[in-house]
Design a protein around this ligand. Structure first.
Ligand code: ATP
Length: 366
């Protein structure tokens, strides 16, 4: 298998700077997901690793060997595209066998390897069919089988399940995860779907406008976003972000949210954390996920009375919009906990889930 290293990679299309100084090491057998909005340069990065796109400068190394000048066919990397790209006139067996036949593999070996891959993907019963007789999910299984059959050093996938419907995408996600656990091929996977990224990745690489924003485990990027972009891109519903001002009265401090919003008492620990970073007295934004906004029916230490505005029942839980100043703070509550709009409740910010960001740079102050 393979370690993939990108060192100071730059890519221009004409005068447009698409990939900006990308440095990334993907460990052998790791499953890395490139995640970011449309147009941020994910596909270009993947194509550069595969050798389908030349880089403008920098280095790409596979197992320590520079490959950026090697042809795609000499990189021993398989690529799975969003569109299935199967040969319509060949059976499923022949589609999967194609890369092996191309290298002149023995008949018996081809038979053995195709069957092995087909078993792993649960498509043995489809081997004699042609692509036109398959569902979208099965076509993509065949495309993945064709990529895996020659045991490449790495497998690169560009939104491989993006065209499938939601239910099938979920099934395929589980399957891809299982396959990776069994095969352990170094995998680089592109998606703009954060749920897909969270569920598949060992590490997520968050990109925006050609710039790497953060690399970390799914838990890490979720719990410790490096900047405002990551904070708002990861997580659904999105993290609450509000302008925050610190009001101090003697020993006590409070965070005023929004323009003339309510003041939430600020625990000493939180203030200490912020002061240690040279804050908090400049331009500040607070970030808190809906599950970090604790809601109660009765007043208590640190709780502020607020009015519920909208309630979104999502089955397992509700998302409740609470009026704060001229804006809303979204809280996640037990299903049915808040009975309806207009109800008065009490809310507190869980300090362990409170993030601060510099308004100008957007960088986390944690
Ligand atoms: P998507 O999810 O929409 O595929 P992406 O993050 O994968 O987005 P890329 O496909 O890498 O983004 O494209 C990054 C930018 O480069 C886009 O602005 C795109 O228009 C531009 N681009 C991509 N390929 C070319 C090309 N061959 N010539 C000129 N510009 C290109």
């Amino acid at each position: 298998m393979a370690e993939i290293v990108l060192r100071d990679v730059q890519k221009y299309f004409g005068a447009v700077h698409i990939i900006k100084d990308l440095n990334l090491t993907i460990a052998d057998r790791e499953f890395v997901v490139l995640l970011g909005p449309s147009g941020c340069g994910k596909t270009t990065t993947l194509r550069a690793i595969a050798g389908l796109e030349e880089i403008s400068s920098g280095e790409i190394l596979i197992d320590g060997r520079p490959v950026h000048d090697l042809e795609a066919s000499n990189r021993d990397i398989a690529f799975v595209f969003q569109l299935y790209a199967l040969y319509p006139h060949l059976t499923v067996f022949e589609n999967i066998a194609f890369p092996l036949r191309a290298t002149g593999e023995k008949r018996s070996e081809v038979e053995k390897q195709v069957r092995e891959v087909a078993r792993a993907l649960d498509i043995v019963h489809l081997l004699k069919k042609r692509p036109s007789a398959l569902s979208g999910g099965d076509m993509q299984r065949v495309a993945i089988g064709r990529a895996l059959v020659r045991r490449p050093k790495a497998i690169l996938m560009d939104e491989p399940i993006g065209a499938l419907d939601a239910k099938l995408r979920e099934d395929m996600r589980t399957e891809l995860k299982r396959l990776h656990i069994e095969n352990k091929a170094t995998s680089v996977y592109v998606t703009h779907d954060q749920v897909e990224a969270m569920s598949l990745a060992d590490r997520i690489v968050v990109m925006n406008e050609g710039i790497l924003q953060q690399v970390g485990t799914p838990t890490d990027v979720y719990q410790n976003p490096a900047n405002l972009f990551v904070a708002q891109f990861i997580g659904s519903p999105v993290m609450n972000i509000a302008k925050a001002t610190l009001a101090t009265e003697g020993e006590r401090s409070a965070l005023v949210l929004g323009e003339n919003g309510d003041a939430f008492p600020m625990p000493a620990e939180l203030k200490g954390r912020l002061t240690a970073r040279g804050g908090p007295f400049g331009d500040l934004k607070i970030g808190i996920r809906p599950e970090g906004v604790l809601v109660a029916h009765e007043a208590g230490e640190g709780f502020v009375p607020l009015e519920a505005h909208l309630i979104e029942p999502l089955g397992a839980y509700d998302i409740v919009d609470l009026k704060v100043g001229g804006s809303f703070l979204r809280a996640r509550t037990r299903s049915g906990f808040v009975s309806g709009p207009g109800e008065r409740v009490f809310a507190r910010l869980d300090e362990t889930q409170t993030h601060f960001f510099d308004t100008k740079s957007g960088q986390s102050l944690q």
